[in-house]
Write a protein that binds this ligand. Structure first.
Ligand SMILES: NC(=O)c1ccc[n+]([C@@H]2O[C@H](COP(=O)([O-])OP(=O)(O)OC[C@H]3O[C@@H](n4cnc5c(N)ncnc54)[C@H](OP(=O)(O)O)[C@@H]3O)[C@@H](O)[C@H]2O)c1
Length: 314
């Protein structure tokens, strides 16, 4: 599989999301998906310390499943493991309104919990999962910095942040001689929600032109996109009200056109297009067959004219 860089880390061009593992996807299937991903050259796993706390889960399930798989396969050193903190409920059974947030001591304690569940001594990429404006950035980033200097964390990143907060956070880190957020993980796909619409999924923050401008100007901010397949809506699920607008009707038409020229699926064209934009696609899969389709997207080559045609649709 193609390789890309995220900060100091070399990762496979497709990142595998493990959110449903151990909760909606049983262990045997989760292991089969992980095995196939590695066989295809995948190295970049995404989890969090709150997958999946809703629907009666605890939030431990995904990290624990990944941990058991890493132990069973003995391949920890071959994988780049990203996890997140900040959006785990403080109390078991609690809701997202009660999430732990980004206070320094919470960051340190959350890292301990993730290391234990993952059965590892380091987190390759550690994200703040959400913003927490109730806490000074110095508090959060000082804790992240201490994890990096202890060798517990290799790179840090931010999810679901406004671009101005990202810039402020990086300025604070720079001023203190601390490591900077080098990765931003936000929602993004080829179809776009209506401008200004509130996404129904709690906490999801979409990539913006401002973020792209910022990442280009800084040169050291890697972008990872989640919900790239719109949870299956390119294939067989409803798109949802936020995505229901004429611009997306035009975008779907061009996507279909390019997919049929290439003998590819629409999902695959979306992933290939994201890669051409310099964005690492993160995908979910609940079966090996779904992953197989996404793997095909990473190998797909769009020519410049196809990229320009996809980009030209407003
Ligand atoms: N940072 C954040 O705040 C954040 C937020 C959300 C997600 N994430 C990360 O991103 C990962 C992916 O998130 P996501 O699940 O929202 O994204 P997604 O990749 O857009 O959706 C994955 C889902 O799409 C369906 N799917 C995938 N391939 C398919 C195929 N070939 N045919 C039909 N359906 C297909 C499956 O749904 P079914 O299982 O229903 O079949 C699959 O579970 C998560 O695991 C997590 O690691 C991060």
């Amino acid at each position: 599989m193609k390789r890309v860089r995220i900060g100091s880390l070399e990762v496979s061009a497709l990142c595998l999301g493990t959110l449903p593992f151990g909760k909606y996807v049983d262990e045997e299937t989760s292991f089969a998906i992980l095995d196939r991903y590695v066989e295809a050259g995948g190295t970049f796993l995404d989890t969090a310390n709150n997958y999946v706390f809703w629907d009666g889960g605890t939030g431990d399930e995904s990290e624990e499943t990944v941990g058991r798989w890493l132990a069973a396969r003995g391949n920890r050193d071959d994988m780049v493991v990203a996890t997140k903190m900040g959006a785990r409920p403080r109390t078991p059974g609690g809701g997202i309104e009660d999430c732990e947030g980004l206070a320094g001591p919470t960051v340190l304690a959350a890292a301990e919990g993730s290391l234990e569940r993952l059965g590892t001594d380091r987190i390759d990429l550690y994200y703040s999962h959400i913003e927490d404006r109730s806490v000074p950035l110095e508090d959060t980033l000082g804790a992240f910095a201490s994890l990096v200097s202890a060798g517990t964390v290799r790179e840090i990143g931010a999810c679901n942040h406004a671009t101005w907060r990202l810039e402020r956070a990086r300025a604070v880190s720079r001023a203190n001689g601390w490591p900077l957020y080098t990765t931003v993980q936000q929602r993004y796909s080829y179809l776009l929600p209506r401008p200004g619409v509130r996404l129904p999924e709690w906490g999801h923050v979409h990539m913006t032109d401002e973020l792209f401008d910022y990442a280009r100007s800084e040169g050291d901010v890697g972008l990872v996109a989640y919900s790239t397949l719109l949870s299956g809506a390119y294939r067989d699920k409803p798109l949802g009200e936020a995505y229901d607008h004429p611009g997306n009707t035009r975008r779907l038409a061009v996507l279909g056109e390019v997919a049929s020229e290439l003998g590819a699926t629409v999902n695959q064209v979306v992933l290939a297009w994201l890669l051409r934009k310099g964005i690492v696609p993160l995908v979910g899969a609940s079966s090996v067959a779904q992953l197989e389709e996404s793997l095909g997207g990473i190998e797909l080559e769009l020519d410049d004219e196809q990229v320009a045609r996809l980009d030209s649709v407003g």
